[in-house]
Ligand binder design. Structure first.
Ligand SMILES: Cc1ncc(COP(=O)(O)O)c(C=O)c1O
Length: 405
């Protein structure tokens, strides 16, 4: 039986073809080079542990203790009480009043986003998503048969959302406004005025704000307040996790918290119902949530200092290369430079050329939804500064050749 025949017999669902997770897909391009003996510098995935960062010891101790205490069974589908209490206290202390009953513990921010969107939208509804975007949104919305409407964030304005464009996309079918702040892939932190306008627009048009705040602890000037703290009565669902600020992405442990807006009570009930269906998130790791949020956080101050130094180095070195511009990031560990591509070239052509010539693996901007001709790419700058210097040397040499070809 031919391969084509097998594919026809067992067709893959259309929704899969609507989405690409470029951050991981691009690794397939690097593997053959690595097998042939090339050194590959994987600057594609935002995983601090891959670059030597580790979660604080008291978080590891809490998980060890949970394992020793025999917490191997299913837990409550909404999460254990200590984790929900810690999340509610954390957010309330930071100005976003919520309560443990309005918190659901999840398998990372990813599952929190999935649960919230699944509870909020019907097939054919519309969701406003920032462009460039984090690929998960395209994947989840495609699975739900929901239209993602991409609102521009403007490189020329420090990657702030273009509010006029956003407003022009709102229709009677719009249900949710996704806000990723601090942002992946741009590293931007939105100004309080923009954050307030986003909330006002949501209130005016009866939208729920799905606030992806997974980088909230990683502003270089200190933690960024949750957007819900600006208007505690706005309809906001805040999502975050232990993945970034607590350096444990492999633990797949996060949460969502719903604002006190009483009109969101049915949404909370729907999320809890969906959470029942997947039983619970990994139980031993949930014991680290209270340890993380109530315990010593000095690791975050040193992580932020390390990130600021790497961000400054990366932006300075990239901006010194003829043909490249880069908005300096204000948070997290990503930079989104732009290469002035010659006509007819694409961002993927540049990124694959860079990989083959230098072993530096980045992600083309079109993997986050930007126009391939615009020449964006995303670089993860978690490597040691000396290695980042080498990477920037390699990018400078390659770009000179590429643009003069
Ligand atoms: C903006 C954004 N949201 C969500 C996630 C997923 O995070 P988690 O590991 O908590 O599921 C990431 C991971 O990179 C991200 O960048």
């Amino acid at each position: 039986m031919s391969t084509t025949r097998v594919e026809a017999l067992f067709p893959v669902a259309d929704r899969v073809s609507h989405y690409n997770y470029a951050i991981r897909n691009i690794v397939a391009e690097a593997r053959p080079l690595e097998a042939a003996g090339r050194r590959i510098r994987y600057l594609n995935v935002g995983d601090p542990v891959a670059f030597g960062f580790q979660p604080p010891a008291h978080m590891v101790a809490a998980v060890e203790q949970a394992l020793r205490d025999g917490h191997h069974g299913y837990g409550p589908s909404v999460g254990i009480a200590s984790a929900r209490e810690a999340v509610a206290r954390e957010l309330s202390t930071r100005g976003f009043p919520t309560s443990p009953e309005r918190v659901v513990v999840s398998a990372g921010t990813s599952e929190a986003i999935d649960l919230a969107l699944s509870a909020l939208v019907n097939a054919g509804d519309e969701v406003l998503v920032p462009m460039p975007t984090y690929s998960l949104y395209t994947a989840v919305l495609s699975r739900l048969d929901v239209h993602a409407r991409f609102y521009r964030t403007d490189e020329a304005n420090g990657w702030m959302p273009d509010l006029d464009h956003l407003r022009s996309l709102i229709t009677p079918a719009t249900r949710v406004l996704v806000v990723i702040d601090p942002n992946n892939p741009t590293g931007a932190i939105y100004t309080p005025a923009i954050r307030r306008r986003l909330l006002e627009l949501a209130i005016e048009h009866h939208l729920v704000v799905l606030a992806d705040e997974v980088y909230g602890d990683l502003g270089y000037d200190g933690p960024v307040p949750p957007i819900g703290s600006l208007m505690p009565d706005a309809p906001v669902i805040s999502c975050s996790s232990l993945s970034k600020g607590y350096l444990a992405p492999g633990w797949r442990t996060g949460w969502l918290a719903i604002s006190r807006h009483h009109q969101l009570d049915p949404v909370l009930a729907a999320i809890q119902k969906l959470a029942d269906g997947r039983l619970c998130s990994t139980l031993p790791m949930q014991y680290a949530v209270a340890a993380a949020l109530n315990g010593d956080r000095s690791h975050q101050a040193s992580f932020r200092t390390a990130l600021r130094a790497r961000a400054e180095l990366t932006a300075r070195r990239l901006n010194a290369i003829d043909g490249i511009t880069c908005v300096p990031p204000a948070a997290a560990f990503y930079a989104m430079p732009r290469v002035a591509l010659p006509p007819g070239r694409t961002d993927a052509d540049y990124v694959l050329g860079l990989l083959r010539a230098t072993g530096v693996l980045t992600v083309y901007g079109s993997g986050f939804g930007t126009n391939p001709a615009d020449g964006f790419l995303r670089i993860v700058f978690l490597a040691q500064p000396a290695e980042l210097d080498e990477v920037c040397d390699a990018i400078a040499g390659f770009t000179r050749d590429y643009l003069n070809r």
